[in-house]
Design a protein around this ligand. Sequence first.
Ligand SMILES: Nc1ncnc2c1ncn2[C@@H]1O[C@H](COP(=O)(O)OP(=O)(O)OP(=O)(O)O)[C@@H](O)[C@H]1O
Length: 614
Amino acid sequence: MDVFRQLKPYFWPEKKLLFGAIACLAIATALGLVYPNLLRYLIDEVITKKRFDLVPRLALIVVIVVSMKGLFQFLHGLCGGRLGNRVAYHLRNAMYNKLQYLSFQYYDQARTGDLMSRLTADLEAIRQFIGFGFAQLLNVMLMLVFGMGMMFSINWKLALLTMISMPFLAFTAVRFEGKIHPAFRMVRQSLSSMTTAVQENITGVRTVKSFAREPHEVTKFAARNEDYKSMNIGSAGIWAKYFPIMEILANLSVVILLGAGGYMVIQDTITLGELVACFSLIWYIIGPMWGLGFHINNFTQTKASGEKILDVLHHYMHVKDGENAAPVTKVDGHVRFDHVTFAYPEKQPALYDFNLDAPPGSVIGLLGSTGSGKTTVISLLMRAYNVKEGKVMLDGKDIRSLQLESYRSQISTVFQETFLFSSTIRNNIAYGCKDVSMDEIIRAAKLAKAHNFISELPEGYDTVVGERGLGLSGGQKQRIAIARALIKDPKILVLDDATSAVDMETEHEIQAGFKEVMAGRTTFIIAHRISSLKHADEIIVLDKGRIIQRGTHQELLQQEGIYRQTYEIQYSDGPRQAENQAAAAREEAPISEGIEADPNSIKISLNSERRLAH
Ligand SMILES: Nc1ncnc2c1ncn2[C@@H]1O[C@H](COP(=O)(O)OP(=O)(O)OP(=O)(O)O)[C@@H](O)[C@H]1O
């Protein structure tokens, strides 16, 4: 019941419907109890005494009772339907809302298929139970109480005899509940694991096909399907074992009733009408007992579903606003990392004593091998995770003291993996902003060098992309993502390997666009290409979470180290040429200015990079 107590905020506002549904069902049940009495009257007063003139009146009463019962059943359906759907609506919204605000840490471990099954199958179970199951469960009690009460009022000895097998029936039902509940929990877990397999397979279908791993996927799915089947067969086994026992016990009371009741009629202790009434009433008691298994099963399934939904709703939010979180309004864009050491849960630190001072408008480049901690720096800047050692600051304020939403709205990130929503290109670009004009969208697309290819599409900006939409190339997707980041007009721009999928020339064109847009904004660029970083005000080279080099492009070229080695690999046909270029860099103007100043030098670099690529 604890689960339902915790779900109370969602169904209690609809208590009128809840009580309405229960009351209507109870009235319908009570009206049903009129039939056995009418039968008794028909046999004892009309047929036995041959007073057939009473038949039309009796028939009229039956018609009225049947109509009333029908009406209340209809009202029960109406109230229950509304109640279930409204509660499911509130819960669905609450779940979705919570899913939006759950931290990155949650999603690091969450499985999409599992979450989808909570949002669909588990919510459906709750909808059914709160709408109808709960009232039916109460109705079972009412039927038992009403039915027994009436039987006892007719003949308490016969009633008592008939009830002999009932305690055994109740005992079996309770044992059944104890077995079926864990079994259903396993079924649900198995179902969510199977859904996850399907979901991952569909998402990763390209990888599966390119590695020709279809047979492996089929085997993997078959194993989970087998598990699901076994779980279902297991629960069906419990069902198969207990259900006949319950049925035998239930029918035993009918046998006793007919045997003992028949004898009493012969002995003239009760009338025939009373026996027929009792025979009809016994189904009022056996019916719920038979259904007890179903109702218990329904109840336990809903409890298991409720637990899973509450697990999401009550999940701890690792990153959230503090009590006095200040909204971020005017931002200069001064970012500082102050002795930050950070480890992902149950892992070695991904960053050690990381320090950084990025004045407003500066460009910070991050370079390092895979897993060196570059993305972690960005994640901490976005406050995807809370820093426990050290501080990340914006304009001198610890970002943990700032209101999360307004803080993040100051940052635009273009991720390594581009995600486009299944909507038009126009909507995808405008995603981060409310009320943007078409001119602004086009301007952002032009800056991201996306306008030309978008214009060439038959439907232009109205082309639907993403799932089931038009398939775009990696570079085209990245350019749309860049436009999406630029349109937000952020104070802090993060480019996490954002131009890795576009060709060199486009990358330079995009960066030229960035220069225009980024004036006065703090920019973080993660890249593996030196060409993307060399105009940065400070380049930080990371290795296994530690800063091993930092400085400007020229400074780093003058040092022995990873930066220079990377430069040599990317820029020269041989180490000697790199050394010459490094020497030239020492003497000449900064390379970031050189990009604009000497287009030929870019071409030379690009050509050598292209040669390298080939
Ligand atoms: N969400 C996460 N949960 C646990 N560990 C993580 C998570 N993200 C990254 N790591 C670990 O932290 C370390 C740094 O990873 P990070 O993604 O910051 O590296 P990176 O330099 O950005 O790599 P890449 O260039 O491949 O993107 C790695 O050892 C990685 O396994």
